[in-house]
Design a protein. Structure first.
Length: 654
């Protein structure tokens, strides 16, 4: 295969935006499309090699996989092993467990599957995962396990039949990606079926150039190759994190890449730009630089108490290129030289390295992130309520039928208590059930994450089934005599803002919320008040106040606080900031508390001290939160006891 310097430059055009995107530079809001560019390049190069060898009758699977092993594994294993000591020193057990799980997935080229499974409401922030970027390598390797086999099988039928088959696969994959981007976005992003079309686009370039290797007219080459650069630039600087991907939008960077592969030749402007020494140099080290950038950024975020400043993020981005050169020069290049490293050595050493990674990863998983390293407790949700009388409604079609079934099985006239709310209700459900049912009552739990369960309020699109949930549940509870408990993240619904504890802890972006000011949403508050008063006419209503938010991931911040600041002073946040950020909520709570039949339970009174003006994030060395706002089992138990105490007072005569 003839060497094309402009392809190296195209790799540089892919890797730099990815690095700057993960570093958090807003200018590169669509920098993640660099991965899509890589997929097209990979499809072109690998398909060209396979087709040439099939044409010559010398294609062998063992040779193909040897090349892949030499290309991928030495640098990948080197970076993975290099991450281990930093993970051991800096990662809290909860993140260490995530890291060791990703090592196991990496060894099986299943990182994309793991990160897809891990995505969800309580998932660890992506920017804190040192090996998150290996998902794209897993996609490629899964593809290249199957693709050569398909070509070998179909070769006897001729290239036209092969191309026709690949076109069908391309259309199916692109259609699935477009559907998945709006219906199953996490699966669409991470999994192979919705990425196949991107790699196939590069494969089509290979088929075309093998059949028609001659150059087109210079004007055609100039226009189309410059258009290719423009399409990639449009995506890099024009896309945002919210742009559905992969989808039809992703045709911009991928078609742009294909245009460059096909037409950036013969001294075109695009070819000259991409063939310059800086571009070629970055392209040569792009794979290793890609491997290094995410661990550098993630570990910096773990090590620092506050978010890394832009100057440090820029320095780390440049450092990834330096480390990329070192890895390319002293790891990639020697292992790709068959005269230095034989096939036996590359396979045996790679196998040995993968086994070591798997063993270390499995040990980390089963030891909950090697939590004994510093005597620090591993903290997970710990409060999942698996009772048959607890139901998280997500499928809109299931809500009416599921609700009727739940009430038929669980409702007890004169004895039932119903907990309604979002993930904050879920967090207290298990201990509340234990306390409520120990006193002879029956608890029913109705949940929908990120959903304000008040009819007539706007739906946030963060979770499915919200509109149907609130309307159907409201109709049902109005026909019962049950005592109702509402546990909701009120501040988000009333204000719609990210929480900033003003000490370095700023909640991550909240998708699905349209109002983003600190102004009180008066119409919404008045409507909720009216609905609550109406409910309280014929039954008791208990409202849990806003659980104080921490702003930072508490178990992680505790780990860093203990290691780098103080081993004795408990982690806490400002009570004044809590009061300021929840001013509208607290005013509303005072209003409805005056209504007969409504009781307010103050979650903040359990952890906030008006004298010290601090709100505890931990108690006796145990985190009170699993993240930045959901209570741990310890705090959830404290809240449950407080609610149960109120229950006893309001229904003592029943």
């Amino acid at each position: 295969m003839k060497y094309r310097a402009e392809i190296e430059g195209l790799r540089a055009l892919a890797v730099v935006p990815v690095i700057f995107f993960h570093a958090g530079f807003e200018l590169f809001g669509g920098g993640y499309v660099g991965v899509d560019v890589f997929f097209v390049i990979s499809g072109y190069l690998i398909t060209t090699i396979i087709l040439n060898e099939l044409d010559d009758g010398r294609f062998r699977l063992i040779n193909f996989y040897e090349r892949r092993a030499r290309r991928i594994l030495p640098a990948l294993l080197f970076v993975a092993f290099s991450c281990v000591p930093f993970a051991w020193i800096w990662l809290a057990p909860i993140h260490m467990k995530d890291f060791t799980q990703s090592l196991v997935a990496l060894a099986g080229f299943a990182s994309n599957v793991l990160f897809w499974i891990e995505t969800g409401y309580f998932d660890t922030s992506a920017e804190l995962k040192p090996l998150l970027h290996t998902w794209s390598l897993a996609v490629e390797e899964q593809y290249y396990i199957l693709f050569p086999l398909l070509l070998m099988f179909a070769w006897r039928f001729g290239k036209k039949a092969i191309v026709a088959t690949l076109v069908v696969l391309f259309i199916a994959s692109l259609g699935l990606a477009q559907w998945g981007a709006y219906n199953k976005p996490y699966a669409a992003f991470f999994l192979l079926p919705t990425r196949v079309w991107e790699i196939l686009l590069g494969a089509f370039c290979a088929f075309y150039l093998i059949k028609s290797p001659t150059l087109h007219a210079k004007t055609v080459n100039q226009l189309l190759s410059v258009l290719g650069l423009g399409l990639i630039g449009w995506a890099v600087f024009g896309f945002k994190e919210t742009t559905p991907t992969p989808s039809l939008y992703t045709l911009l960077p991928t078609v742009g890449t294909a245009l460059i592969i096909l037409f950036a030749r013969g001294g075109t402007y695009a070819q000259r730009l991409l063939s310059t020494r800086p571009m070629v140099g970055i392209g040569l080290i792009s794979y290793s630089a890609y491997l290094w950038h995410q661990p550098l950024l993630a570990f910096a975020r773990h090590r620092l108490l506050d978010a890394p400043p832009p100057s440090l993020l820029l320095l780390l981005s440049v450092t990834s290129l330096v480390l990329g050169w070192l890895s390319w020069r002293f790891v990639e290049t020697p292992f790709r030289d068959r005269s230095l490293v034989s096939r036996k050595i590359i396979f045996s050493s790679s196998f040995g390295g993968l086994v070591c990674i798997v063993l270390f990863g499995l040990a980390g998983h089963f030891s909950n992130g090697y939590q004994g390293r510093a005597g620090f407790p591993y903290v997970n949700q710990g409060w999942a309520d698996n009772s048959a009388c607890t139901k998280a409604f997500e499928d809109e079609a299931d809500i009416a039928v599921g609700l009727d079934q739940l009430f038929n099985d669980c409702f007890k006239e004169g004895r039932s208590v119903i907990l309604i709310g979002d993930s904050h209700a879920e967090s207290i459900a298990k201990p509340l059930r234990e306390t409520v049912e120990s006193s002879g009552k029956k608890l029913i739990v109705l949940l929908n994450n990120a959903c304000l369960p008040i009819p007539g309020t706007a739906r946030t699109p963060m979770e499915p089934g919200c509109a149907a949930f609130k309307e159907t549940v409201w109709q049902k509870i109005r026909r019962t005599d049950a005592t109702l408990i509402f546990a909701v993240r009120w501040r988000i619904n009333f204000n719609g803002t990210r929480f900033d504890n003003q000490e370095g802890g700023v909640e991550e972006g909240i998708s699905g919320l349209n109002h983003v000011t600190n102004a009180k949403n008066s119409d919404l508050v008045d409507h909720v008040t009216t609905q609550m008063i109406d409910l309280s006419q014929n039954r008791h209503v208990i409202v849990l106040s806003q659980i104080p938010e921490a702003g930072w991931h508490v178990p992680t911040q505790m780990w860093k606080w203990r290691k780098f600041v103080s081993a004795t002073t408990p982690l806490s946040t400002s009570y004044a900031v809590y009061l300021q950020s929840n001013q509208h909520v607290n005013e509303w709570l005072k209003d409805i508390e005056r209504v007969e039949g409504i009781k307010v339970v103050r979650a903040e009174n359990l952890v906030c001290d008006p004298v010290s003006r601090r709100c505890l994030n931990e108690l006796d060395g145990v985190p009170l939160y699993i993240d930045d706002d959901h209570p741990s089992a310890l705090y959830a138990g404290m809240i449950a006891d407080a609610i149960n105490a109120s229950l006893k007072t309001v229904i003592s005569g029943n």
